[in-house]
Write a protein that binds this ligand. Structure first.
Ligand code: ADP
Length: 531
């Protein structure tokens, strides 16, 4: 029997209509470094119509890719709405990648137009000539555009273009399965791969973000996405906030702790998402300056393992509840969220959200039990989990329709995922596996340790042994740190090689760049102390 319900398309256009219609008085606020720019959702939808009209005027009339090279701003949010809703495809470029990678990605995606923040013009200018398919560049904000000229593209001013466009736009009827936006993986593990989200997957993912098992967003919330809008759609927070009628506060390019502390104290967001390194910085700043973080009811945190010490400190000292989440560009990104009434549960990567299925695969692809004990590679599938990569025939990342995540860990019968490592970061010592993440988390619990990254280095006897690269703020010697670790991890796992560094190199999205550390070690650039 057929249902009586229509195949009503789930589109970003309908998210926009809902936000502008039902929650037209809610606002998007962009921090400017010395103040704030405000725009209601009602006005935002009008801006989106103008942007769509302007893009149409530049010849965007089908599924052309419109790229953004922007911080989190009102203009970026406008593109989030206008581009997919007009039937084109939004491509958020990661400004922190190497220039060659950005050019590669822009060519691979065949970007037609690029919208760039004025402050990022100097960064884009040298790459632009290599972005072969790009015809138009739209500059948002006041900038010296002379450096863009040699690339021979048409350069436009965002405001002039929008002021010349009509207030309304005839939004087309869209197929919910059509491409809405795309994002490339940050390439921590190799060449960036393109993931293309549909209207449907974005809509369903946004609804999931709004559920109480995820972030429980509502019209009472004010959401601060610190995580960049070019990093897996800022974890889906912008679309989810629009759907929930929550206001959005955008930090612009001001991601340093003193600016974030000011934004939180002044704009009083209730939900703020950022990677652990940002929260670590903010915690230290807040301790020094007695910052007011009391408006935050929920801080979703992920992208890499969240140290328990960080969660506990923010909660006990500032009343801020950090909730760990796990996901990837490939999973839109939210797949698990670690709610729970005990720390045992909250230190996991989280529980599978409705819609996302998970399982573990072991050696030779044999499936392992989800018993909370077996360790294997996590595989997932679901309506917002990609089933292929854009223009890429390599099927090796998929296993009978499941995505191989490259993450290793355990899955328990209640759907809680505990990751012990990335497959390539696991340290293989004498036939046993040592989790680099467990060592790092344990080390970062020491009061003098600011950051710790552990890599596997060649060892004649054991094959590989851990090398702990530690950033100190205070006094602690190797002996003390080894002593601190024993009792927290098995004795044989305690590193005997140590390097005290000024900073741990980070990837473009703020994760420990362990590949860079391994290369530094191979070149003899790390001073290793044995103890
Ligand atoms: P890339 O794969 O290029 O780093 P992503 O930003 O998509 O790009 O990263 C996804 C990966 O980040 C996951 O596969 C996982 O290894 C890591 N990750 C995300 N959240 C967590 C978390 N809470 N704990 C541990 N690792 C995480």
């Amino acid at each position: 029997m057929r249902s009586t319900m229509p195949d009503f398309p789930l589109t970003i256009t309908s998210i926009m209509r809902h936000a502008a219609g039902v929650f037209g008085d809610r606002e998007v606020v962009t921090y400017t470094g010395d103040g704030y720019r405000r725009l209601s959702y009602h006005q935002l939808a009008r801006e989106a119509a103008r942007l769509a009209g302007a893009l149409r005027g530049l010849g965007v009339d089908a599924d052309q890719r419109v790229a953004t090279f922007c911080w989190n701003t009102t203009e970026h949010l406008t593109a989030y709405l206008a581009v997919p809703s007009m039937g084109a495809v939004l491509h958020t470029l990661n400004i922190r990648l190497f220039p060659e990678q950005i050019a590669y990605i822009a060519c691979h995606a065949e970007d037609d137009v690029v919208i760039v923040d004025a402050s990022l013009v100097p960064l884009l200018a040298p790459i632009l000539p290599e972005m072969k398919t790009v015809r138009h560049v739209i500059v948002a904000g006041e900038a010296d555009t002379a450096p863009l000229a040699p690339a021979g593209k048409d350069v436009h001013d965002y405001r002039t273009l929008l002021d010349g466009a009509p207030d309304g736009f005839e939004w087309p009827e869209l197929d919910e399965r059509a491409a809405a936006s795309m994002c490339y993986t940050s390439g921590t593990t190799g060449n960036p791969k393109g993931v293309v989200y549909s209207h449907r997957s974005t809509y369903l993912h946004s609804m999931s973000v709004c559920t109480a098992n995820a972030m429980g967003l509502s019209a009472d919330d004010r959401v601060l996405p610190v995580v960049p809008m070019f990093h897996a759609n800022a974890w889906g927070l912008p679309y989810a906030a629009l759907m929930a009628g929550a206001s959005l506060t955008m930090p612009g390019r001001f991601l340093q702790a003193e600016h974030l502390a000011r934004i939180i104290a002044e704009e009083r967001p209730t939900v703020a998402g950022a990677v652990p390194t940002i929260w670590g910085d903010l915690l230290r700043h807040a301790r020094r300056h007695g910052s007011d973080l009391s408006s935050l009811r929920l801080v979703p945190c992920g992208g890499s393992a969240v140290p328990e010490s960080l969660m506990r400190a923010l909660e006990t000292e500032f009343g801020v509840r950090v909730v760990q989440a796990w996901g990837m560009t490939e999973t839109s990104p939210l797949a698990t969220v670690a709610h729970g009434d005990s720390w045992d549960l909250r230190v996991t990567q989280g529980r599978l959200l409705a819609g996302v299925e998970g399982r573990l695969a072991g050696i030779g692809d044999a499936l392992l039990p989800s018993d909370g004990v077996a360790v294997g590679e996590l595989e997932v599938r679901g309506p917002w989990v990609t089933a292929s990569y854009h223009r890429d025939e390599d099927g090796s990342r998929f296993h009978d329709g499941w995505l191989r995540t490259g993450d290793v860990g355990r899955l328990d019968p209640r759907g809680y995922v505990t990751l012990t490592d990335r497959a390539k970061d696991v340290i293989k010592s004498g036939g046993e596996w040592i989790s680099s993440v467990e060592l790092e988390n344990a080390l970062m619990g020491h009061p003098a340790v600011v950051e710790a990254a552990v890599i596997g280095v060649p060892d004649e006897r054991w094959g590989e042994r851990p090398l702990a690269c530690v950033v100190l703020d205070g006094d602690a010697g190797v002996g003390e740190l080894r002593e601190f670790l024993s009792g927290k991890v098995a004795r044989w796992q305690v590193p005997e090689r140590w390097a005290f560094v000024e900073a741990v190199p980070k990837t473009s999205v703020g994760k420990f760049a362990k590949r860079a550390l391994r290369e530094m070690h191979a070149r003899g650039e790390l001073t290793v102390v044995e103890g």
